[in-house]
Design a protein around this ligand. Structure first.
Ligand code: SF4
Ligand code: SF4
Length: 211
């Protein structure tokens, strides 16, 4: 992260807002040490004169920084609430091809979701042609897990119903692989979200789902 000393007016806002105390004031101008910086972008956002930027495009692309415009950044609270209430688990999908730009928008919703300490520990895998193979592998794994759960006295009672359900799903798949798909519901495309931190993965998935 760098500060344009010619633009900096020495207001200290960036220094006050830096969670890892990586900014010092030298001769009344901000200086970023880049020792503990987590590239959270707070200093870029808070600077009133746009003096802060990132010089490493791979780590933090300045092209993706959009200036705040109230009209473009505001959603009516009631509409947002309705939108969240309207959220459903979808189990019936159209067979339509999904346009590239829609897939990219959904992944961007994940990419721009906050992660703990800006770890950005998430990656995305799009599965299309290999869905039948993935279904076979996943159901096989769930079936093996179910066997373990049913064979153990330590399995919590409330989880046993899932073990029975997984076994039924597996058996019905073995009987008729082209029959009803109780796992992916014949979705035309899957996006698998992988994260080191489960909460980060959950947050990104929730935003992607809304998108
Ligand atoms: S990007 Fe975040 S952590 Fe890095 S200097 Fe700016 S405010 Fe501090
Ligand atoms: S917020 Fe901007 S103007 Fe204020 S001290 Fe930091 S770099 Fe300088």
């Amino acid at each position: 992260m760098i500060v344009d000393r010619d633009k900096c007016i020495g207001c200290t806002l960036c220094k006050q807002d830096c969670i890892v105390s990586d900014i010092e004031m030298i001769d009344k101008k901000a200086h970023i040490r880049n020792l503990t910086c987590i590239k959270c972008g707070h200093c870029i956002a808070i600077c009133p004169v746009k003096a802060v930027s990132c010089d490493d495009e791979e780590e933090y692309s300045m092209e993706e920084v959009i200036p705040y415009e109230k009209e473009d950044f505001t959603i009516d609270a009631d509409k947002l609430m309705n939108f969240m209430k309207f959220r459903r688990s979808v189990r019936l999908f159209k067979k339509d091809e999904i346009e590239e730009e829609k897939i990219e928008k959904i992944i961007d919703a994940g990419r721009f979701t906050q992660t703990s300490t800006n770890m950005q520990d998430i990656s995305y895998t799009i599965v299309k042609d290999s869905i039948p193979e993935l279904r076979r592998m996943t159901l096989g794994t769930l079936n093996a897990m179910a066997d373990k759960m049913l064979g153990s006295e330590e399995t919590p009672k409330h989880l046993l119903k899932y073990a029975h359900m997984w076994k039924r799903m597996y058996e019905s798949f073995v009987e008729n692989p082209d029959g009803p798909d109780q796992l992916f519901f014949k979705a035309p495309l899957l996006i698998i979200v992988k994260a080191q931190n489960e909460i980060d993965g959950g947050l990104a998935s929730a935003k992607m789902e809304l998108m």
